[in-house]
Design a protein around this ligand. Structure first.
Ligand code: FAD
Ligand code: MLT
Ligand code: ZN
Length: 462
């Protein structure tokens, strides 16, 4: 049996000194989250290079009674990947396990290690003429393991589903150090419980994902991107219905952007929409391998103008122009962070309730937290709005949370559509999820991690 004082020497002898960071500037990027809301103090950061090393680290930490915080690209928005301030938790970074092991363009699979950057995996699929349809603004830093552990959403969910729908196989290290090999490439596999689902979206609290097999799709040959201004979210929803009628399942993104989001992007990223100013904007992307997509999109937009659903708009003439339109959407989060303090709400409500939700949440905030500004944007096609509230020192974040989440609950919505609970929403989850659901979650956690050694205090209170 080891004790806490043996921890560092044992980890160092396993991994070598270069793979164990204990102090100095090198430690900082692993210790604080992307939003800089949750500064932690790791006992150390370990950077294994194989699943066997991950398993040994877990055993050593277990013997020393140390908790482990798995970390990928550390782009999470809920403080799930950083340690607490006790100085006792070990951050286990997967960033040295980044290989792409195979891309199969016929079987439509990619196998990658957990630390592989999402963009690198997208590009590898693209080079083989295939599509890995997980796409989010943090894709240049987020990792395959992090995306799986968070069950990330992003801009393509309305067509391809959340990350969960793309995971075929997983390799996981359990909290007792057992390696579970499940890197199967099967489309159909009903042999027993589908245990991998426990780990997808569990935010590093049930196991450490070390490698995965993801499903690819044929890459559509044509795509069309358009930015439109609309009078209000209700008009945006009518536009979605029209787009579904005219473009069917070719719609791959349908994003809502408020005037406030556009103003923040203009102010902090220097990017400006190439259409007349308006209160609300919709960014639509459709993709297909069949000819005639652009004509269909033009017909759809013509009808939208005729029916008064869209006020102004532009269709990208080239890939470069499409990227410029997407840059407006992709810079919202970063621009919001530059503006100052914000209280984030990553909520979903039934799709048709989005316009009413936006009105009622706005009214509730005006009454209960005067002086706040709403920066609303997000994945309208999924009923997922990032309802972020810009605040100053007068405003209390929990009070703002309560106002917004009470409205979400009244609409039968979720307090986290895609970013997860992390440490940011632990109290809110316990408040808004019914006791039997919370009990079930604790039963699962106890079964897999009875000593609460894996990411304690995240998702469920410690
Ligand atoms: P991390 O932040 O390192 O970790 C996230 C969680 O997973 C933590 O709880 C961590 O402990 C756990 N974890 C990480 N790796 C592993 C592993 N190998 N095994 C077990 N647990 C692990 N998210 C969306 O869903 N949709 C968006 O559109 C979106 N846009 C974003 C835009 C910006 C600008 C930013 C900064 C973030 C955005 N995010 C979005 C949030 C974030 O990028 C995603 O949640 C992403 O999946 C996190 O990946 P990561 O590798 O950075 O994970
Ligand atoms: C996005 O969709 O850009 C992020 O998930 C949102 C956020 O910053 O709240
Ligand atoms: Zn999002």
């Amino acid at each position: 049996m080891t004790n806490a004082t043996d921890l560092l020497p044992r980890l160092t002898s396993l991994l070598g000194p270069a793979a164990v960071i204990t102090q100095g500037a090198d430690l900082e990027p692993y210790a604080i989250d992307w939003r800089r809301l949750f500064p932690g103090k790791p006992a150390c950061v370990v950077r294994p290079s194989s699943v066997e090393q991950v398993a040994r680290i877990v055993q050593i930490c277990r013997e020393a009674g140390a908790a482990i915080v798995p970390q990928g690209g550390n782009t999470g928005l809920a403080g799930g990947a950083v340690p607490d301030a006790s100085g006792t938790q070990v951050v286990l970074s997967l960033n040295r396990m980044a290989a792409i092991r195979s891309v199969d363009p016929v079987g439509l699979t990619i196998e990658a290690e957990a630390g592989c950057i999402l963009k690198v995996a997208q590009d590898a699929a693209g080079a083989a003429g295939r599509l890995l349809p997980i796409s989010l603004a943090a894709e240049g830093s987020a990792t395959i393991g992090g995306v799986i552990a968070a069950n990330a959403g992003g801009v393509n969910v309305l067509r391809y589903g959340m990350t969960r729908s793309l995971v075929l196989g997983l390799e996981v290290v359990l909290p007792d150090g057992t390696i579970v090999h499940g890197l199967r490439k099967l489309r159909k596999d009903n042999a027993g419980y589908d245990w991998k689902q426990f780990f997808i979206g569990s935010e590093g609290t049930l196991g450490i994902v070390t490698a995965a097999v993801l499903r690819l799709l044929p890459r559509p040959k044509h795509s069309v991107t358009a930015l439109l201004s609309v009078a209000d979210p209700a008009a945006a929803l009518r536009l979605l219905e029209l787009a579904q009628d005219e473009l069917g399942d070719q719609i791959s993104a349908f994003e809502l952007i408020s005037a406030t989001s556009m103003q923040l992007v203009a102010k902090h990223a220097g990017l400006k929409a190439p259409i007349a100013e308006g209160e609300w904007f919709v960014l639509i992307e459709a993709a297909s391998s069949l000819a005639g997509l652009r004509e269909a999109a033009e017909t759809m937009l013509g009808a939208a103008f005729e029916k008064g659903m869209a006020l102004d708009g532009v269709i990208a003439e080239s890939g470069a122009q499409a990227s410029q339109l997407w840059a407006l959407r992709e810079h919202v989060t970063e621009s919001e962070a530059r503006e100052g303090k914000s209280v984030k709400h990553d909520v979903s409500v039934p799709l048709t309730e989005v316009p009413r939700f936006l009105i009622e949440a706005g009214e509730a905030l005006a009454a209960g937290a005067p002086g706040t500004r709403v920066n609303a944007f997000g994945h309208l096609g999924d009923g997922n709005i990032h309802y972020n509230v810009l605040v100053d020192e007068r405003h209390d974040a929990s009070h703002v949370n309560r106002i917004v989440h009470d409205v979400v609950a009244a609409f039968g919505g979720s307090i986290s559509a895609e970013h997860g609970i992390g440490q940011y929403r632990v109290g809110e989850l316990a408040r808004y999820r019914a006791a039997p659901e919370m009990d079930l979650a604790r039963t699962i956690k106890r079964a897999l991690d009875p000593d609460n050694r894996l990411n304690p205090g995240k998702v469920l209170s410690a």
